[in-house]
Design a protein around this ligand. Structure first.
Ligand code: NAP
Length: 331
């Protein structure tokens, strides 16, 4: 059995390009006792993977040149010598960016029986959805009276954060990079949307749509977005720093916001987080989110690229705003 794999060919300098990736065919070994063969059906591409392409110490080790990339994936067991994983069972793993793999079961999770499509466990029912919920409730202490600003608001995390906050009774403002994305968010009930690519002064634009000020900023972008949010925060506001995607491809360290004094003047709290530190709460999240979806209270969107040879395009597309909702590759 062969496996098609995407390897890191070279470390991106600035925005990743296709020659940073190489599609390689690798022969897999025969199954030993206790092992199983998984055929991946879906793989996730995520902005955080850009950080793993840099050779530096972080909360997760860097990818190595010439080695297969890793990322969230859903697959089906097609051969087995392991009674815990019968043929036909569906598993999630961190062994994406490859068509097949042999495993002894370590790190594999059997998908629960659910009416939801399996790929939702890479999106709304998986890490990105859990990130939105964690940032709002466990980091920003969301209250129904809050006005919430979400950047990268039509993406996998942002679109769920907007909807959860709306459902909680909040006034929600999103920022996105196109009119189509703005329309999508308005169709979900978001109160106001800023197209940052058409906006000259983000601080002013935010003040116009949120004259009452911002209580919670769900930060996905950094840079000008953070500066504008700080300028518009209310006293005792909370900022959940989830991501800084505008800086991931920077070739030099980026300057901090020029208005950090707002943290003091407005007595703000700003906290970064990594969702995996909160995974003990995933069961609570999944139960709640499954119910919200079943009741039609939350909707999810997916942008799907077809085939492992499209994986690099899908990943690069994250930095070009090519996705609405969760960016996925169907294998
Ligand atoms: N802390 C954690 O545990 C954790 C977990 C998951 C994700 N994250 C972070 O959360 C953020 C969102 O992740 P996601 O998976 O939901 O990705 P996503 O939002 O689905 O996809 C990325 C989106 O970011 C926007 N974007 C790209 N470059 C930008 C730029 N220079 N300025 C402004 N917007 C830009 C694009 O939308 P537009 O067209 O609107 O520009 C793009 O569609 C990322 O920063 C990610 O690293 C953190």
């Amino acid at each position: 059995m062969n496996s098609q794999q995407v390897h890191l060919a070279s470390r991106p300098q600035g925005t990743p390009s296709k020659d940073n990736f190489e599609l390689v065919t690798v022969a897999l070994p025969e199954l030993k006792e206790g092992e199983l063969l998984v055929q991946n059906t879906w793989m996730s591409v995520d902005p955080y993977m850009r950080g793993r392409m840099i050779d530096r110490k972080s909360y997760i080790p860097p990818f190595q040149i010439g080695e297969v990339l890793e990322g969230g994936a859903i697959g089906e067991v097609t051969q087995t010598n392991n009674p815990d994983f019968p043929v036909g069972s569906k598993v999630s793993s961190m062994l994406g960016w490859r068509s097949h793999f042999v495993s002894d079961g370590t790190g594999l999770t059997l998908l629960p029986t659910t009416p939801l499509p399996e790929q939702t466990f890479l999106g709304i029912m998986g890490m990105p959805g859990m990130t939105a919920w964690t940032g709002l409730f466990r980091i920003a202490d969301l209250q129904p009276s809050d006005t919430v600003f979400v950047s990268a608001a039509s993406g996998a995390v942002g679109s769920i954060a907007c909807q959860i906050a709306k459902m909680h009774g909040c006034t929600v403002i999103g920022s996105v990079g196109s009119q189509e994305k703005a329309d999508y968010l308005l169709s979900l009930g978001v109160d106001a949307v800023i197209n940052y690519k058409e906006t000259e002064d983000l601080t002013q634009a935010l003040a116009e749509v949120a004259p009452q000020g911002i209580d919670v900023y769900f930060e996905n972008v950094g840079g000008e977005h953070l500066e504008a949010a700080l300028n518009n925060m209310n006293d005792y506001g909370r900022i959940a720093v989830c991501g800084l995607i505008s800086q991931y491809n920077a070739t030099e360290p980026q300057p901090g916001p020029s208005n950090m004094a707002m943290l003091i003047i407005k007595k703000l709290k700003m906290q970064g987080f990594i969702v995996f530190d909160h995974w003990a709460h995933y069961g609570e999240y999944a139960q709640q989110m499954g119910q919200w979806i079943a009741e039609g209270k939350i909707k999810y969107e997916e942008t799907v690229y077809q085939g492992i040879d499209q994986a690099a395009d899908a990943f690069i597309g994250l930095f070009e705003g090519k996705n609405k909702g969760k960016m996925l590759v169907k294998l």
